[in-house]
Design a protein around this ligand. Structure first.
Ligand code: NAD
Length: 323
């Protein structure tokens, strides 16, 4: 079910619906997403162990908190935007965690891409303690986060999903209610598997076109109007000077790190193995991320897999970092 397309007119500040929102994890996505909540008039109290991340968020209007406990203590809503399931579990559990310190009646939602087991654990633990919880992963990359056009996939009780939908509107282009608990994360895992297979196609296609003597811009224009077109090709094309916000224009510094891409596609491959679904394309894409990580390049952008399709391993736009 499509809940609604957020439109500019609905992003006006509504004084009567302003909330205090605890934001846990202010990295590539969280920093850009939380800025829209601030623009909409909400108070965002943020926490991140990285001083650089927190400093940047504070410059954008986030009120800093030293601990998770402090951030959630007076929040109407708590959002986590963390790397992996283990980080989400760490932040929710324990004396200093979300469950022990959040206000009664607060709505909790996780926009990180995590494994189904972690999401199930979040739903169950929240339910036991009387909190509303929604799995709320997103798609659209850092560009979608910056533009406030992310697709949100919301899994949970319909009443809880409705509460979250209202809050996330300033960050969203599309909001989907995917069904009961963990269906949002299930949709996200399958979607991202398709994304990374498409990204592998871009790596291979861009290098083959180059070796065949095509001008990169001409080839990209052709594909944009042809059957090779994809979100990865439109947004993350791994050749510099073609797509403005692609990592290829910034020495493949991460907009979506190889480490996180490996995590996402690994979740899909695991689910396929558990459920008897053959995923050969995902296996190929996953192996390329493993190569980047083995080379010590897990922190670079996932689109750097393009270097494995170049005959000599060198690609335009990439100079290995000084170590
Ligand atoms: P990131 O690594 O840039 O940011 C994660 C942040 O979480 C970091 O700043 C880190 O310091 C912080 N963090 C770690 N442990 C913490 C803790 N205990 N308390 C508070 N903060 C903590 O990652 P990202 O690219 O922003 O991605 C976040 C999540 O969103 C991941 O699950 C990712 O798979 C998913 N995602 C990313 C993209 C993308 O394009 N980057 C798109 C959609 C979804």
């Amino acid at each position: 079910m499509v809940l609604g397309q957020a439109e500019a007119s609905t992003r006006d500040v509504k004084e009567d619906t302003m909330a205090t929102i605890a934001w846990i994890g202010l990295g590539n996505m969280g920093s850009r997403m939380s800025a829209h909540l601030i623009s909409a008039g909400h108070t965002v109290v943020g926490v991140d162990p990285s001083p650089a991340a927190l400093e940047q968020a504070v410059a954008a209007g986030v009120t800093p908190a030293a601990t998770v406990a402090e951030a959630v203590a007076s929040a109407d809503a708590v959002i986590t935007m963390l790397p992996k399931g283990e980080h989400v579990r760490h932040v929710y559990a324990g004396a200093e965690g979300v469950w022990e310190n959040a206000q009664e009646g607060a709505v909790l939602f996780d926009s990180s891409t995590v494994d189904i087991e972690t999401s199930t654990w979040c739903h169950a633990g929240s339910r036991e303690r009387g909190f509303a919880f929604v799995d709320a992963p997103v798609s659209g990359g850092t560009a979608g986060a910056a533009d406030g056009t992310l697709a949100f996939m919301l899994g949970g009780d319909p009443g809880h999903v409705a509460r979250v939908s209202d809050l996330i509107e300033p960050m969203a282009g599309n909001i989907f209610a995917t069904g009961g608990p963990t269906t949002g994360i299930a949709a996200k895992i399958a979607n991202n598997m398709m994304l990374f297979i498409a990204q592998q196609a871009c790596a291979e296609g861009s290098q083959l076109a180059l070796q065949l003597g095509l001008d990169p811009q001409v080839f990209w224009d052709v594909v944009s109007a042809s059957s090779g077109r994809s979100w990865a090709q439109q947004t993350w094309y791994p050749v510099p000077g073609i797509v403005e916000r692609a990592a290829a224009n910034q020495n493949f510094d991460a907009t979506f790190s190889a480490e996180l891409a490996r995590k996402d596609i690994g979740l899909a491959v695991q689910a396929g193995a558990d459920l008897g679904v053959a995923l050969p394309g995902a296996q190929v894409a996953m192996a390329q991320f493993d190569r980047l990580i083995a080379e010590g390049l897990g922190h670079k952008d996932s689109s750097l897999v393009v270097k494995y399709s170049s005959p000599d391993g060198a690609v335009a736009g990439y100079t290995p970092d000084e170590r």
